[in-house]
Write a protein of this length. Structure first.
Length: 274
């Protein structure tokens, strides 16, 4: 890794996303002895990983013998308050607090911490589990340039990292990329169901839907063409694709549906942040 830690990294929460971060950090070379996992009930799979790598695991904060360089909050938003409270005495200007909880604002995290504690709020998505995620992050004014660089390196273990200055943007970010994988999986479901309705058997239709989405994503990744250009390349005038797109682009079609879906997710994110 391109950074070093003066103290341990404390990972609070070893669920799916916490586990993905842990795996990514280990893969990028962070030494197991620099990590402490705080989780009252880790899964059997996580316990095996911790035992195999010699990573310290505890159910309470009493395990800390030295101030952590990083406190990484990967707990569910609804238990964030009770999780952060006992960590407060271990946080301060020299400790970076990094939270990945959806819908929890910087202010709501800062409320439990000493004044001037540097806090980074980040929104990753589930492809992070295979190192192919995208994360958008923002920070409070107390994060130094070195701590921001450290946060960037940590989050890079999950995939690409982008930064925004306006925290309000994290709600639409969550609606697009955080929730976005569910939209794609729903697309595969719907495409497979539509194939069955057109006469394909279930197994063939699902295989076609999965392969089409995966292949299209790979093509999108490997070209710098605008997405609209790629769509046009598939669409012959008066052909089968044009007939389908006339429905998807029509009233009540895919475009207005996705706009409404993203607006609804954004609104809900703002409600949860209050």
């Amino acid at each position: 890794m391109s950074f070093t830690l003066q103290g341990p990294l404390l990972l609070a929460g070893a669920g799916k996303m916490g586990g993905a971060i842990l795996s990514g950090l280990l893969a990028r070379g962070l030494k197991p002895e620099h990590i402490i996992v705080l989780d009252p009930a880790p899964s059997a799979e996580m316990l095996r990983l911790l035992a195999e790598r010699g990573i310290r695991c505890a159910s309470s904060i009493e395990v800390l013998a030295e101030p952590p360089s990083v406190i990484l909050l990967a707990v569910k938003p609804q238990v964030m308050d009770e999780a952060v409270a006992p960590l407060a005495e271990h946080a301060g200007p020299g400790t970076l607090v990094l939270t990945i909880a959806a819908g929890r604002s910087l202010q709501s995290i800062e409320a439990h911490l000493p004044q001037r504690t540097p806090v980074v709020r980040a929104m990753p998505n589930t492809p992070a589990a295979i190192g192919r995620g995208i994360t958008v992050a923002t920070s409070n004014p107390h994060v130094s340039s070195e701590q921001r660089k450290l946060a960037h390196e940590l989050l890079s273990s999950l995939g690409k990292v982008l930064w925004v200055e306006d925290e309000e943007l994290l709600d639409p970010v969550t609606a697009v990329s955080g929730s976005g994988p569910a939209y794609v999986f729903l697309l595969v479901e719907c495409l497979a169901e539509a194939g069955q309705a057109a006469g394909l058997d279930a197994e063939l239709s699902e295989e076609l839907a999965r392969a089409t989405v995966m292949g299209s994503a790979a093509l999108l990744e490997q070209t710098d063409h605008d997405v609209s250009k790629l769509r046009e390349q598939v669409t012959s005038p008066g052909g089968t694709t044009a007939a389908a797109l006339a429905i998807l682009n029509g009233p009540g079609g895919l475009r207005p549906l996705l706009k409404a879906a993203v607006a609804a997710a954004t609104k809900r994110g703002r409600e949860l942040s209050k």
